[in-house]
Design a protein around this ligand. Sequence first.
Ligand code: R5P
Length: 281
Amino acid sequence: MIISGSASISLASSLSSHSKIPLGKTTHQNFPDGEFMVQTNFQGDHGIIIAATRSASDHLELLQLQDAVREAGATNITTILPYMGYARQDTVFEPGQSLSARAMARSIGTGTDRVIIVNPHKNTVCDYFGVPAIALDASSILAQTLPTNLENPLFLAPDSGAISLAESVRDAYGMGDTDFFEKDRISSTEVHISPSTVDVAGRDVICVDDIISTGTTTSKSARILHDRGAKTIFVTCIHALLVEDARKMLSDSGVDAIYTTDTIVTPETKVSIAPLLAKLL
Ligand code: R5P
């Protein structure tokens, strides 16, 4: 049986349809002090818990869902993280900092037998769970979100870490070039982009990244593309957090459209990762 966290309800439903595995129900009881408890109708041996952990509350809910499903008799639990929060702090940059990705992974790993995580910022996070964990690369399905009539398309990674994603989307689209810019992160809301010399004039350009959070990285890149005469600028990513005024920043910098998956459901969600996940169950 599949059990869903609050942030993954529609994806869990799609996964149930694709995998033919029944979807269970969860209720929440809230307490006056702000705490909450979950209750599920889980039955069976294999529990599949699917829960994006975008917020601290999502994370606490996941830990309780794992406990509830185990308590209800599951002998085998698979935890699917469509989006894993805190995964970008995957390095101790300064003495005394937490390695947040490891802390979150360790806690999740205690309540499950295996983990499937969709496009973590770095696949090395899989080493932290203490149980078998695999990263699912969903980038190829981003090609399905794009218009079918792109002209001389350029698939651009806004930083070197996203090159393989841009190549994957280009390969799945079936035509086009790839290129990348270099990024230096100054703070959580400031980056410096060093563009390549690629010619974008009159071309359809598709910026590809794993996550768009504040939109700073992509909007700075898009501004450069716009100033250099790109015909159309599309943005596609796996996880669209799009916090605060990210949409306005992207639009103001010349972005024509944003396309993303349902790891986090937004108005820009155009494709589901459910078929890819179903193949792993
Ligand atoms: C970082 O390297 C990631 O791949 C993304 O580029 C980053 O998370 C985007 O964040 P933001 O939208 O805040 O610039």
